[in-house]
Design a protein around this ligand. Structure first.
Ligand SMILES: Nc1ncnc2c1ncn2[C@@H]1O[C@H](COP(=O)(O)OP(=O)(O)OP(=O)(O)O)[C@@H](O)[C@H]1O
Length: 292
């Protein structure tokens, strides 16, 4: 992910700025300010950082769920993550988030409800390769007779993951999805992801706090603190790994050493120009996500 490694088929973020809103029209100080990131095709990039550092927000931006800046700011597979809706519609860009929910404009995120079988959900997805579907059902050890409202969290999560992986994505964004999985399923899934990157040049960004098995799985590491990219490099270039027991202890030492960052430079400006900024069609807007 060094500057020389850029590739238009991976992920590129250039000078990104993003703020949440306190209330409609009232921007919070920017979470991301002049944020840059490159993720090369075929890489398995771990996204690490403390709670609240911005991992989920970044993944949602990369998934095109928040509008951020113009078409050149957040590029995925040579398209604009937000504007080029074919990225998501084609299945090339896939996002698996923490909760299986539906975004409803007036009510925010609500859990899916209803009596569906796993079979109904999985076989209801059109245009899937039957071999890939069978492989995923076996890998995730899914019983097709499971009723979605009666299964455990881990079982429900397996079906969610299966659905998310049915199409052979080119870029996959994972937000702590393995948290409910038992250790065998988790390790098998990590192996599957590795295979996908090596054989198909798929690119994966995986945000997690669970480091078991990731020392040899990840190819790259991106570490963010309060929305600022502190490290972005190949795992093999992380010098601290040579003198530490494992990745967990390296990340632990980074998080323990964190000191509060100086407030982002544009806070003052943004708070003074809230009205102008909020009304700009090019400024980030969480509300736009409701219409997607
Ligand atoms: N919908 C929202 N509205 C306003 N602020 C938000 C919203 N979602 C997140 N934030 C704020 O943005 C910051 C980053 O949150 P985010 O969820 O991206 O962090 P994270 O790194 O994924 O954290 P965790 O490790 O706990 O999952 C936090 O300070 C959080 O309070």
């Amino acid at each position: 992910m060094a500057a020389g490694e850029q590739d238009s088929n991976g992920i590129q973020v250039r000078g990104m700025q993003f703020s949440y809103e306190y209330s409609p029209g009232q921007q919070q100080p920017p979470l991301f300010y002049d944020f840059n990131l490159n993720v090369t095709p075929g890489s398995r990039c771990l996204l690490v950082g403390a709670n609240g550092s911005g991992k989920t927000t970044l993944l949602k931006i990369l998934a095109g769920k928040h509008m951020v800046g113009g078409r050149d700011v957040v590029r995925v597979l040579n398209g604009s993550a937000f504007h080029d809706t074919k990225l998501v519609c084609s299945g090339d860009l896939a996002y698996l988030g923490a909760s299986w929910s539906k975004n409803v404009g007036s009510a925010g995120e609500i859990p899916l409800q209803g009596d569906f079988s796993a079979e109904h959900m999985i076989f209801g997805v059109e245009g899937t390769d039957p071999d890939r579907r069978d492989k995923l059902i076996e890998l995730l050890d899914i019983d097709l007779q499971w009723r979605m409202h009666k299964v455990s969290d881990g079982q429900r999560r397996r079906v969610q993951i299966c659905l998310g992986l049915l199409h052979p994505y080119k870029v996959l964004l994972l937000d702590e999805v393995t948290v409910d999985l038992d250790v065998v399923t988790r390790m098998d899934l990590l192996d599957f992801f590795r295979e996908e990157c090596e054989q198909r040049k798929a690119t994966i960004v995986y945000a997690t706090h669970i480091f078991d098995g990731l020392d040899t799985w990840a190819t790259h590491l991106a570490y963010i603190q309060e929305g600022e990219l502190r490290r972005a490099e190949k795992l093999s270039d992380v010098s601290e790994l040579k003198s530490s027991a494992n990745l967990l202890s390296v990340v632990e030492s980074w998080l323990r050493a964190e000191t509060k960052l100086e407030k982002k430079k544009s806070v003052h400006n943004d708070l003074n120009t809230q009205k102008t900024v909020a009304s700009s069609p090019f400024f980030s807007s969480r509300h736009m996500a409701y219409y997607r």
